[in-house]
Design a protein. Structure first.
Ligand SMILES: Nc1ncnc2c1ncn2[C@@H]1O[C@H](COP(=O)(O)OP(=O)(O)O)[C@@H](O)[C@H]1O
Ligand SMILES: [Mg+2]
Length: 315
C-alpha cells in the first residue's frame, strides 16, 4: 500500500504529565477510509491534533507524521503550516457548535480561502462549490449558523474543512451530537465525498456501529495505544482483542440478539506509568503474566494486528 499519510511511533505527553498517546502508528492510502475507535479518553483526539500540528503549547511530541513520505512533524510549525488545511484538514470534535455565530457561513468559507492566499473572488466561488458538495442549498452562504439545523451546521463545518481542497480529512466525532437519522446522513455524505473527491478520511468515533457504514479499515485504541486493527467488517464480526470484543458486546447495533453488556471498570490513569497490558485490570480473560509486560502489536495475517498476550480464541 502506498501511504499518503503515515504516523510512526507517535508519543504525546501533556505538560500535566498525562501521556495521552503511547506509540501510535497509522497508515492511510489515497482515498482510503480508516476508523479510529475507542472509549472517551483513550487519545483519539490527541492523535488527530498531533497530525494537524495543533497540540497545545507545552505538549511534548515524538515520532513522525509522514505526508507523501516526508516528515511534516520534525520541523515544527514551519513545515506543518503549508500542509494544514490544504493537504490535511480536520473537523474538530464539537465544531458544529463552534462556528462563528456572528458571521455568515459564506463569509467564514471566504475567509478560510483568503488565509491561504486566495482572492475574495476565489473564496466566493469556492464557497459556492463546497456548499454544493456537502448538499447545502445556495442561500446557505448568506445564513448565520443559528439559522441552520444541527445536521446543516455539521455540513457547513465539513464544507469549511474542504475549502482548501485537502486530500485528507480527519473527522473527529462528526456525528456525536446528532440524532440517528442525521448521523446516517452525515456518514453517507462523508462516503460520497471520499468517493467523488478521492478524499482519504479518518473517522474518529466511540461508536463502533457507525464504522462499517463508512470505513475500509478500523484501528481500536485503548489507553493511548492501538490494540487491534484490520478490515472493518472483519473486526466487527470477529474481534480478536478482548477489549474489542467488549466494545462489540456493548454496541446495540452490533450485539445482535445477545444481551448488551457494558465494560466493567474504567480505563487506567494516563498520568502514571503503565506496566503490563493496559486492559488487563478490566479483562475477564487476563492471566497473571498480562500484568508483567505490555503485549506488542503483532501481525496476525489478513491485514489484522493485535496486541494481546492471550492465545487466540478460535470460535
Ligand atoms: N490539553 C490537554 N491537557 C492535558 N490533558 C489532556 C489535554 N487534552 C486531552 N487530555 C487528556 O488526554 C487523554 C486523551 O484525551 P483525548 O485525546 O481527548 O481522548 P479521546 O479523543 O479518545 O476522548 C485524556 O486523559 C484527556 O484528559
Ligand atoms: Mg475526542
Amino acid at each position: 500500500m502506498s501511504s499518503l499519510i503515515g504516523v510512526r511511533d507517535l508519543v504525546v505527553e501533556f505538560s500535566s504529565g498525562v501521556r495521552a498517546v503511547r506509540s501510535v502508528s497509522l497508515d492511510l492510502a489515497p482515498g482510503e477510509r480508516l476508523a479510529l475507535v475507542g472509549e472517551s479518553g483513550c487519545g483519539k483526539t490527541t492523535t488527530m491534533l498531533a497530525m494537524m500540528g495543533l497540540l497545545p503549547a507545552g505538549a511534548t511530541v515524538s515520532g513522525q507524521v509522514l505526508l507523501d513520505g516526508k516528515d511534516i512533524l520534525a520541523g515544527g510549525e514551519a513545515t506543518m503550516r503549508p500542509h494544514r488545511w490544504s493537504d490535511i484538514a480536520m473537523v474538530f470534535q464539537g465544531a458544529m457548535n463552534a462556528l462563528n455565530p456572528v458571521r455568515r457561513v459564506g463569509a467564514q468559507i471566504v475567509e478560510a480561502v483568503r488565509i491561504h492566499g486566495g482572492s475574495r473572488q476565489d473564496g466566493k466561488l469556492r464557497a459556492r462549490e463546497v456548499l454544493d458538495l456537502v448538499g447545502l442549498p445556495k442561500d446557505t452562504s448568506s445564513r448565520y449558523p443559528h439559522e441552520l439545523s444541527g445536521g446543516q451546521r455539521q455540513r457547513a463545518v465539513i464544507a469549511l474543512a474542504l475549502a482548501c481542497q485537502p486530500r485528507i480529512l480527519l473527522a473527529d466525532e462528526p456525528t456525536t451530537a446528532l440524532d440517528v437519522i442525521v448521523q446516517d446522513q452525515i456518514v453517507t455524505l462523508l462516503r460520497q465525498l471520499s468517493d467523488s473527491l478521492g478524499l482519504a478520511v479518518v473517522l474518529v468515533t466511540h461508536d463502533l456501529a457507525l464504522v462499517p457504514h463508512l470505513c475500509d479499515r478500523a484501528a481500536v485504541m485503548y489507553a493511548g495505544t492501538i490494540v487491534e486493527s484490520g478490515p472493518c467488517a472483519d473486526i466487527v464480526r470477529r474481534p480478536r482483542h478482548p477489549y474489542t470484543r467488549r466494545l462489540v458486546e456493548a454496541t446495540p447495533d452490533l450485539a445482535g440478539r445477545r444481551p448488551l453488556t457494558s465494560i466493567p471498570g474504567a480505563p487506567p490513569r494516563l498520568d502514571l506509568p503503565l506496566t503490563g497490558c493496559a486492559f488487563q485490570p478490566r479483562c475477564a480473560e487476563a492471566l497473571e503474566s498480562c500484568a508483567g509486560s505490555a503485549p506488542p502489536l503483532t501481525d496476525l495475517g489478513g491485514g489484522r494486528t493485535r496486541a494481546c498476550h492471550l492465545l487466540e480464541v478460535t470460535a
